[in-house]
Design a protein around this ligand. Structure first.
Ligand SMILES: Cc1cc2nc3c(=O)[nH]c(=O)nc-3n(C[C@H](O)[C@H](O)[C@H](O)COP(=O)(O)O)c2cc1C
Length: 193
């Protein structure tokens, strides 16, 4: 079974997007699709970025743990709110922290807003940044508008059947991408990757 890390990006008190992260974890578990864990950036409480991990002299235990979890996960789900048309600094902070760990990593993005546009502007910025760092963002997304009306604080969807249907298409695409990226389709005497 694949292992998926779910990055919960909002570190705000009273955050709502964390409920989406909890929902996605429940969805994976209930449907026995993958093992998963939430990497909660609020709990990690990373300092503002000042250097990439590979150049840090004394990285913290939390930094090393986070890097190892990204490296060893088969795929990643990123849940991010939209702040002023972009994604939060807490998320950019950890993207810049790592480098090789992101390479060829299949990533699904869930953008979240309390308004009706579901963080569609943050999605564009995040896809670009992840492309620059050589991750693979999957074409399916999980956009959540009016998050405060869609989930409770334990990550239960108010409209479970409809939400599960959207999650199904999203997760299916992530699992397909993981499988594809893991597959060694070319013999190594033709080309080595
Ligand atoms: C600094 C800040 C900027 C925001 N800017 C936007 C925005 O540009 N577009 C939007 O739809 N919602 C915006 N919101 C509302 C968020 O979508 C809302 O807080 C939502 O609950 C998700 O973020 P959270 O997980 O931090 O709660 C903003 C919220 C904050 C705190």
């Amino acid at each position: 079974m694949y292992h998926i890390s779910i990055i919960s990006s909002s570190i705000r008190n009273g955050r709502k997007s964390h409920n989406v992260a909890q929902y996605l974890q429940k969805y994976l578990t209930e449907n026995k699709l993958a093992t998963s864990e939430i990497l909660d950036l609020k709990s990690y409480n990373f300092p503002v970025f000042d250097e990439r991990l590979q150049f840090q002299e004394k990285p913290t235990a939390g930094t090393l743990e986070f890097a190892e979890k990204i490296k060893t996960s088969d795929g990643i789900l990123i849940v991010t709110p939209e702040y002023n048309g972009g994604f939060p600094a807490s998320l950019k902070n950890v993207i810049d922290l790592l480098y090789a760990e992101w390479e060829r990593k299949p990533i699904g993005i869930s953008t979240v807003s309390e308004g009706e546009y579901a963080g569609s502007q943050a999605l564009i910025f995040l896809q670009f940044v992840l492309w620059k760092i050589k991750a693979y963002t999957i074409p399916a997304t999980f956009p959540i508008a009016k998050v405060q009306e869609q989930f409770d604080d334990l990550g239960n969807a108010v409209h479970k059947a409809e939400t599960d249907e959207l999650a199904s298409a999203f997760i299916k695409e992530l699992l397909w991408s993981i499988k594809l990226i893991k597959k060694e389709s070319y013999p190594s005497d033709v080309i080595s990757f």
